[in-house]
Design a protein around this ligand. Structure first.
Ligand code: FMN
Length: 191
């Protein structure tokens, strides 16, 4: 496994350690962005965001995620269904992420896969120096949104991503310490 990773990283012309640093740096510097400029995001960037989402792992590779991209008036219609209307209105585009119940094999695992798909999209967006916020509170109005957008019954809304060019101040973010998260850790055996 280790050598496979090393080989694939070599193909990217970056030393293995630097690859790891870059990935961790990208992960750690991503923040939820709630304030955006008026700049519009090119269609091809949105396409790549969806591509990133589609490359997430999923149980049995069932790829249960489905996406709906909205901008302009249609996007703003959704603002009334959340406390975070200012985020929806300020964003250039929103991506609604659904679970396709027709392709579901295990609800819990499908939701995990959808979370992975969302995180892939957030990280890609961040890598492009754009900003995004994962909106969950809006799910309280799932039914109303489904009716408004005439969403087929097999699609269950799981999240909305608001995307745009960031106008937010860069914050460092805050996380618990690793030692408070790990419940058991065997010491490493060096072979
Ligand atoms: C499942 C989920 C639901 C969330 N819902 C909202 C939301 O409704 N509104 C919002 O402003 N942020 C929402 N967030 C973003 C979190 O507040 C944010 O990720 C957390 O505070 C950590 O900040 P960071 O993303 O900048 O590191 C949500 C995040 C997740 C994972």
């Amino acid at each position: 496994m280790g050598s496979y990773l090393k080989k694939s990283c070599l193909a990217l012309y970056l030393p293995y350690n630097k690859q790891i640093m870059k990935a961790l740096e990208l992960i750690k510097t991503r923040r939820s962005i709630r304030k955006f400029s008026k700049k519009s995001i090119p269609e091809k960037t949105i396409e790549k965001v969806l591509e990133a989402g589609s490359w997430a792992p999923s149980g049995l590779n069932n790829q249960p995620w489905r996406f709906m991209v909205l901008g302009g008036e249609k996007k703003n219609f959704l603002a009334k269904y959340t406390h975070y209307s200012y985020i929806i209105k300020g964003a250039d585009k929103i991506i609604l992420v659904f679970l396709d119940k027709k392709s579901s094999y295990n609800y819990e695992k499908d939701l995990m896969a959808i979370g992975a798909s969302i995180q892939n999209m957030l990280l890609y967006i961040h890598s492009q120096k754009l900003g995004a916020c994962w909106l969950g509170e809006i799910l309280n109005k799932r039914k109303e949104i489904g009716n408004l957008l005439k969403v087929p019954r097999n699609l269950e809304l799981e999240a909305v991503l608001a995307i745009g060019e960031s106008q937010a101040r860069l914050l460092r973010g805050k996380r618990k310490r690793i030692r408070d998260l790990v419940v058991k850790r065997d010491s490493l055996v060096v072979i």
